[in-house]
Design a protein around this ligand. Sequence first.
Ligand code: IVH
Length: 677
Amino acid sequence: MSSQSPEQRIGELREIISRHDELYYRQAVPEITDRDYDALKQELADLEEENPLLAMMDSPTKKVGDDRSEGFQSYAHRERMMSLDNTYSDDEMREYLARMERELERTELTYVVEPKIDGLAVSVTYEAGKMTRAVTRGNGIEGDDITANARTIKTLPLELNRGGGAPIPDTIEIRGEIYLTNEEFQRINAEREELGQQLYANPRNLAAGTIKQLDASVVAQRKLEIVLYGRGFTAPVEILPETQQQFFDWVKAWGLPTVDSQWSAKSGDEVLAAIDELDRLRHDLDYPTDGAVVKLDSIALQRTLGATSKAPRWAMAYKFEAERAETLLREITIQVGRTGVLTPVAELEPVQLAGTTVSRATLHNGDEIARKDIRVGDTVLVEKAGEIIPAVVRVNLEKRPSACVPYTFPSDCPVCETATIRLEGEVAVRCPNSECPVQVRRRVIHFASRACLDIEGLGEAMVNQLVEHGWVSRLPDLYSLDRDNLLSLGKNVGKSTDNLLAAIEASKTSELWRYIHGLGIPHVGAASAKDLARVFGGLRQLADAAMDDYIRDKESVISGIGSTMATAITEFFAEEHNRQMIDDLIGIGVSPEAPNADGGGVRFAGQTFVLTGTLPTLTRNEAAELIEAAGGKVSGSVSKKTSYVVAGESAGSKLAKAEKLGVEVVDEAGLQALLKD
Ligand code: IVH
């Protein structure tokens, strides 16, 4: 680096940073940590300050990252969305506060300290109290219109609460953050791991990847959440809170989710004490946090200070150091999942990390190991992502022993020694042998698990024994287990054996969706299994439909089933042994309970809707899809049997008829409210 001129280094840094911006903001797959990224930016900012002639306006230090991506409509924010300056140090925070006091020529300033949510920035517009649009930050000037996806967020009200005592502006852009809870992050990653899909490194990336899905039904299956904390364009301008604290109260009164822990501070000491307290309790908050945001409380003074080209001068983020530790990588082992995916796992010298002992970390897949050149014998840096799963961030090359050799990913399954395969377009390497004992075990464990058939007494340990003894190699084998064989497993097991057999027998008439989920079709989770159960009503129908490509044709009407899932279902039933399995299950007397037409947990089952007029944000088709996805029917004409008429602007005779017949009429917000019930 020292041989480079500042000019060269500036050019190089700009390139490196642009690349990482692309990875973080657009693709949601960052390769470096926030801390390393911030360090690069700081180096560039310092160089630009020392060399003002080289500082160009389009430098990444002067603009906010750009998250816009293909397939979304751009929408211009009515007021710019900014980024925040940040620091990792107490001293810098004190300096910043002191500078602010000097600039404002005041000593007694009030600050608000609140959690910095690690999600992605969004601006939600409410017009006349109704939610009309949600847009990502984009480049700060215009962002992607993600309204359809944002509507799937259950905690985001479609209408502001008028009774809370806060004024309702004609138009307001409310700024906030879309995020995923750590719990949901882990659930989705576990599902992806089973399916051999690339794992997301942390909840933020998964939330960002989710909100940029073009298929809103995929979004609906992941529980996105939101908090709102900031104010954008507001009309009329007279509706202006006096303080940040008051705005927070308004947001709450409007019924929107807020950052519920906040501190008021009057000095550097108080600010730092609040940040400390937040650091202690942040792991108990619902949202992932990566720092604190310190804001000047007075809105009038905020306006006096104004903003730079990318960030307000009245706020500063204090970022917490990630929880990391160095340790020795003793070995790399390979886990084989239910669908045969081989996942490499780092076996570590146990190390203390954020209050727990870590001895294993995920290495995701072979590509990841090669990219980071992780070798057995290396000293590696481990970081907790999403609070729970530790991941290997990088190798400390200075500590690499000379005898270390690059890792070679096994070409055979470590369990059954079948040569592995890699499907096109997948990062995962799989064992193609569906009889591989690990796959069998995992399939049976999944089938019997709570989320599927929920067979009591058929936990992991029991399944392992059944498979080891060769009594179970396919799911139908469970229904012909021999009592004497089971009794031979141990002493005092007479009663529990009978209970187990009874539980297995009882599962024959479990709900249909449990069976569909239990089959372990790639990409079919519990929520989609429920949709499929409702539409097909039986295992046989589902299997036959898959063979006729019916599922693909129906794709547009079975909400929640995108083309990936449709293909997976078709491929699953194209395999002879899977069709045989369905035949055998039915032959044994498995007859799951189909959801009944008048309920079965489906919101609109048995209800008929008629759409009329132009709805403010949904097209007719979109509204019909939502209704059908919830089990309702859409009809073209109003009768006494119509449950609801959904009326938009310039609704005509259908509306009149509904009123005449006394059929309940709702608007779009009303429909959304019904969907959320
Ligand atoms: S206030 C004008 N408050 O952090 C910008 N931002 O790294 C004022 N963020 O772009 C933003 N939690 O997306 C604010 N409590 C909070 C926040 C927060 C997270 C995000 C925001 C911002 C980014 C900067």
